[in-house]
Design a protein around this ligand. Structure first.
Ligand code: C2O
Ligand code: CU
Length: 510
């Protein structure tokens, strides 16, 4: 059932990804290193990066904040669990800035392990991108790092640890970049979706070990860790079939999570959003999950999709939105008077996260059960085919200067996920139009994410994104302008796939 093709070992990949050692690998492969010039790459803090930063328009306003990742206890609906997070209210540390502001965040690492902060989706200066071993050294325990950059584009983003599987703990938060020209609405609300196991069913590191061990032994033990967890449906019992989704082309996820959170809260303590009846409500949906795609709907309402991954699209009305890990969607609605369920279905399963939408005119405290799944979930779900870039978001047509083919390969049986050989050669030059042909030759979907750029999906009307769902057997062609010099990660945003090797980097040559 699962295909294994040319899987590179994790060690090969770490070697290829590591910025400094990559040149050594290339040289070692060359027939005669002394005769072949080694490629020289832009340094994360090099003059090209500083020049690009100096060109970014700025408001002159400086926004300062601090992040102190640390071990702590969080209350998940009455269940107190130990985790690592930036604060006791998961996902509550929202950064809201204006485009052109300078964001200065001082990180103080109080975790027992090194960490970094990555600003997901922002085309920021390379040395602030927060990728350990590529753009900076990981910040050790008790160490500090000052992130300091001009915020380049308006839209919905998030920040998270980029070290190991730390994203699957509480180390994430929303980042909203406001556009002063945006008329806004009555309510502008972030909803961060997250699949949660830390402190409830082991830790993410234990989960990773289980995936690597369990699958190679031929069992389905990756799904067995959550047996008997309260709130688990029968579908996640050990030995049962994996969650399947036709929208994701089959196998939907590797891990069954005991909890699904919206804004850091489980269904029995769900987040409540209040809004005036008929008012304009914008929901900024962010999937900060590690292994779960979510299908989101609001009972009794249709949703008008206005942006994805921070980029405006021509408004399109649907009943529900499917969101892969790392993707963001801004949707708008005008609520009817009442108390309405918001549900984020873990795609392919029967469980999910819940929140409430309550209009201000409702006095009664009666609310739908948190397990209420709106009928909208099984109506019209947004597809990429329905998306069109908004007028200001069109990448002008141009012949690519370089084309790379990146094969996404691997297998659940050995739990080795990797990228094909071309992925080790994503060397580009500033000013080029770059084309990547993404091929999925595995039997599972992958949310593919590129740092520091937004690409145009040529198969879908050129809609701009930084994270795209690549289905089994699918080939997608993405185009981008090389306008942000540096060394940029390219990886699957399934954090377990990423950490076993489905990652590489795209590097600017000097
Ligand atoms: Cu959310 Cu490498 O990214
Ligand atoms: Cu993947």
């Amino acid at each position: 059932m699962f295909l294994t093709r040319r899987a590179l070992s994790r060690r090969d990949f770490l070697t290829m990804v590591g910025g400094a050692s990559a040149a050594g690998v290339l040289a070692a492969c060359a027939p005669s290193p002394s005769l072949r010039a080694q490629p020289s790459y832009v340094d994360p803090g090099g003059p090209q990066v500083l020049a690009a930063e100096a060109r970014r328009p700025t408001t002159g306003r400086i926004v300062t904040a601090s992040l102190t990742p640390r071990p702590l206890q969080v209350d998940l609906g009455g269940r107190v669990v130990s985790t690592w997070a930036y604060g006791p209210q998961l996902a509550a540390r929202e950064f809201r800035v204006r485009v052109g502001d300078r964001l200065r965040v001082s990180l103080r690492n109080q975790l027992p392990r090194p960490t970094t902060v990555h600003w997901h989706g922002l085309a920021l200066r390379n040395d602030m991108d927060g990728v350990p071993g590529l753009t900076q050294q990981a910040v050790p325990t008790d160490g500090k790092f000052d992130y300091d950059f001009v915020v380049p584009d308006a839209g919905t983003y998030f920040f998270h640890s980029h070290e190991g599987v730390q994203l699957d703990r509480g180390l994430y938060g929303p980042l909203v970049v406001e556009d002063p020209a945006d008329p806004g609405g009555d309510v502008d609300q972030v909803l961060v979706l997250d699949d949660w196991l830390d402190g409830v069913a082991g830790t993410p590191d234990q989960q990773l070990a289980t995936l690597r061990r369990g699958m190679s032994m031929g069992g389905n033990s990756a799904h067995s860790g959550m047996a008997g967890m309260p709130g688990m449906g029968a579908e996640s019992a050990p030995g049962m079939a994996m969650p399947m989704s036709s929208l994701l082309g089959g196998d939907a996820a590797d891990v069954s999570y005991p909890l699904h959170l919206i804004n850091g809260r489980p269904g029995n303590d769900r987040y409540t959003l209040t809004a005036p009846t008929g008012g304009k409500v914008r929901l900024r949906l962010i999937n900060a999950g590690s292994n779960t795609a979510y299908r989101v709907a609001v009972g009794g309402h249709r949703l008008t999709v206005v942006a994805t991954d921070g980029r405006a699209v021509q408004p399109v009305e649907v009943d529900a939105v499917l969101i892969g890990m790392g993707e963001r969607y801004d949707v708008e609605l005008r609520p009817s008077s009442g108390v309405w369920p918001i549900f984020a279905l873990a795609e392919g399963s029967t469980t999910g996260g819940a929140a409430l939408l309550r209009t201000t005119d409702v006095r009664s405290s009666v609310a739908p059960d948190p397990n209420t799944q709106p009928a909208e979930l099984s109506r019209q779900v947004l597809t990429y085919r329905q998306l069109r870039p908004a007028a200001g978001q069109i990448l002008p047509g141009r012949r690519p200067d370089r084309t790379f083919t990146v094969a996404h390969q691997g297998s659940m049986a050995t739990y080795q996920w990797s990228l094909g050989a071309d992925a080790g050669k994503l060397d580009i030059r500033a000013g080029e139009r770059v084309r990547l042909v993404l091929k999925n030759i595995s039997s599972m979907w992958h949310p593919v994410h590129l740092h520091g750029h937004t690409f145009a999906l040529t198969d879908f009307a050129g809609v701009r994104k930084d994270t795209v769902r690549l289905l089994p057997g699918q080939t997608l062609t993405i185009d981008l302008d090389a306008d942000n010099p540096g060394r940029w990660m390219y990886h699957c945003h399934n954090v377990y796939h990423q950490s076993v090797g489905m990652m590489t980097s795209m590097r600017y040559l000097t």
